[in-house]
Design a binder for this molecule. Structure first.
Ligand code: ADP
Length: 344
C-alpha cells in the first residue's frame, strides 16, 4: 500500500550500490549525531590505547539513520576487519556458532536486526560476548553433552530498530548503547551537499534545503530524493532548483512534511476512524493493514517527532497540529480522500 519513495529501507540493488558510494568512511565524515560520535570516538581511542578490542556496541534507531554506516566506521577507524550478518539469518544456535567460530582475532561482527535472532542463539551470544566462549551441544536427549569452544576476541556491533524487544541480559552485555535520532534539516542539508559533491551534481542550495526538509529526518531518504530530483532535472532538461524539487516530489507523492502514504494512512485512521484517538497500536495496525512492528518502529517515531501524534498510556492521540496539517476540523465526519491519496 505504501509508496516506496519515502520508505526508509533500501529499495533496490541500484540503491544499495548508490548508498555504498555515498557512505561516510570515518567519524569525521559522518554528519550529525554529535553526541554518539563523541562517545564512539572515546570508546575506540581508549581501546586502541589499551591494545584491546573495543566494547560491544548496540546501535538503536529507525531504519536509514546510519547504523550500518557506523558499524563500518567502527571497523575502519579501529583498523579491524568487518564481518556482516543479520538476525533473520540466525535462526538456530548452530547458525551463530558457525559465524562466531569463524571469527579472526579482533574482528568486528555486525549483526543487523539483532532483535530478530532466534532465542537459542541469543543465549549462546551472552556467553560469547562476556567470555569469548561458547558451549556447543552435541547429541540429543539424555546423551547430549556440551563441548566448550574458545573464540577469538571480537567486538559485536548490534543494530536494532526495536531495542525494547531485546531481552535485558543481552542488552546489558553491550558496553555502549547509542540511540540514533532523526536528523535536523540543516544536518540533512550537509548530507545532501556532500552527496551532490561526490556525484558531481549541480544543485541549487534552495533545492537541497527543500529536499532536506522533506526527507523524514532520514539520510537514506534524503539521498533517494536527491536521485529522483536529479532524474527529473535530467529528463526535463531543467536546472536542479526549487521548482524541479517541487515538481519531482509532487510526482512521487511526498508531502511538504515528507509524509508518505503509509504515514498518511495512519493519520487518516487516527483522525477520522478514531476521531483523533486515543487508539491502541494493534487496532491502528489492523485498520491500515500493516504490521504493528512497522507502525511502531518506522511510522510512529517520525509522526511523534513531527508533532502530529503523542503517545499516551491509553493509546496514540492526534495533536492539534495534525488536524491543521490535514485541513480538518476536529470531529469532522468526512474527509476529502484527495488529501490522503487513493485506495484508503
Ligand atoms: P541503517 O543501517 O540505520 O538502516 P545506513 O547506515 O545503511 O542506515 O544508512 C543509509 C544511507 O544513508 C548510507 O548509505 C549513507 O549514505 C547515508 N547516511 C546515513 N547516515 C549518514 C550520516 N550521518 N552522514 C552521511 N550519510 C549518512
Amino acid at each position: 500500500m505504501s509508496d516506496v519513495t519515502v520508505r526508509p529501507e533500501p529499495e533496490s540493488e541500484a540503491e544499495l550500490a548508490f548508498e555504498g558510494a555515498l557512505r561516510p568512511k570515518s567519524l569525521g565524515e559522518f554528519v550529525g549525531q554529535t553526541k554518539v560520535r563523541g562517545q564512539l570516538q572515546l570508546l575506540l581511542q581508549a581501546a586502541t590505547m589499551q591494545s584491546r578490542t573495543p566494547d560491544h556496541i548496540l546501535l538503536a534507531g529507525p531504519p536509514g539513520l546510519g547504523k550500518t554506516t557506523l558499524a563500518m566506521i567502527v571497523a575502519h577507524e579501529s583498523g579491524r576487519p568487518l564481518r556482516m550478518s543479520s538476525g533473520p539469518a540466525i535462526q538456530h544456535a548452530g547458525d551463530l556458532a558457525a559465524v562466531l567460530s569463524a571469527l579472526i582475532p579482533g574482528e568486528v561482527l555486525f549483526i543487523d536486526e539483532i532483535h530478530r535472532m532466534a532465542r537459542s542463539a541469543e543465549e549462546m551470544l551472552y556467553l560469547a560476548m562476556e567470555d569469548f566462549r561458547i558451549d556447543i551441544m552435541v547429541g540429543k536427549g539424555a546423551g547430549a553433552t556440551s563441548i566448550p569452544l574458545d573464540l577469538a576476541p571480537f567486538t559485536l556491533v548490534g543494530a536494532t530498530t526495536r531495542s525494547g524487544l531485546l531481552p535485558n541480559p543481552l542488552r546489558d552485555r553491550f558496553g555502549f548503547t547509542a540511540h540514533l535520532e532523526f536528523y535536523e534539516t540543516e544536518e540533512l542539508e550537509k548530507v545532501l551537499e556532500r552527496a551532490a559533491r561526490l556525484l558531481e551534481l549541480d544543485f541549487e542550495k534552495a533545492a537541497l534545503r527543500e529536499i532536506a526538509s522533506r526527507s523524514r529526518g532520514t539520510p537514506r531518504i534524503a539521498n533517494r530524493l536527491l536521485r529522483r530530483v536529479r532524474d527529473y532535472a535530467l529528463v526535463h532538461r531543467t536546472v536542479a532548483g526549487r521548482d524541479a524539487v517541487d515538481a519531482a516530489l509532487e510526482l512521487y507523492d511526498v508531502d511538504p512534511l515528507g509524509l508518505d502514504r503509509l504515514d498518511r494512512a495512519v493519520m487518516h485512521g487516527i483522525l477520522t476512524r478514531f476521531d483523533g484517538g486515543p487508539v491502541g497500536l494493534n487496532t491502528l495496525a489492523v485498520s491500515v493493514g500493516e504490521e504493528a512492528e512497522t507502525i511502531e518502529s518506522v511510522v510512529e517515531p517520525f509522526l511523534v517527532r513531527t508533532g502530529l501524534i503523542t503517545r499516551t498510556p491509553r493509546g496514540r492521540v492526534a495533536t492539534p497540529a495534525a488536524w491543521d496539517h490535514f485541513g480538518l476540523a476536529r470531529r469532522e465526519a468526512s474527509v476529502p480522500t484527495a488529501l490522503f491519496g487513493d485506495g484508503l
